[in-house]
Design a protein around this ligand. Structure first.
Ligand code: ATP
Ligand code: MG
Length: 138
């Protein structure tokens, strides 16, 4: 079934000039880009976006990282979009990522791992609403 997911090219990958290469990987993997925007997250936005991790040892550092420079947020569509994007990304820790995944190619460590993807369809719908209004999803 056609499904939507939310992805973020994180500040490390944007700063390294890898935005275009990651977008090409996403399109070549069969995703349709429904919406896309470059922006710098405000602290409160990053805190709220990663609310589920509040209190964990990496939370403060994660919020600092996600606000250190611009990100590219996008709404994506394809069959099984959530799972297929997670496949393309690779696991959270780039050291454990398979060849050809975004995190293997462009991630640095378990925090600075180049890309975000929603972890479940329900999360995806919430995260899409967090960044985009219905009329922006073309
Ligand atoms: P994301 O939600 O960004 O797509 P994920 O679902 O693979 O990544 P989560 O467990 O949701 O991983 O963690 C969110 C983000 O927090 C990670 O992508 C990474 O940037 C950071 N992070 C997770 N675990 C750690 C850790 N042990 N140490 C440092 N940073 C971490
Ligand atoms: Mg996650």
């Amino acid at each position: 079934m056609l499904e939507r997911t939310l992805s973020i090219i994180k500040p490390d990958a944007v700063a390294a000039g890898c935005t275009g290469k990651i977008l090409a990987m996403i399109e070549e993997a069969g995703f349709r880009i429904l919406a896309l925007r470059m922006q710098r997250l405000r602290r409160e936005q990053a805190e709220q976006f990663y609310e589920v991790h509040r209190g964990k040892h990496f939370y403060e550092s994660l919020v600092r990282f996600m606000t250190e420079g611009p990100v590219v947020v996008m709404a994506l569509e394809r069959e099984d979009a959530v799972a297929r994007l997670r496949d393309l990304m690779g696991p959270t820790d780039p050291a454990k990522a398979g060849e050809g995944t975004v995190r293997k190619l462009y991630g640095t460590n378990i925090e600075r791992n180049a890309i975000h993807g929603s972890d479940a369809p329900e999360t995806a719908e919430r995260e899409l609403r967090f960044f985009f209004s219905t009329s922006e999803l073309v």
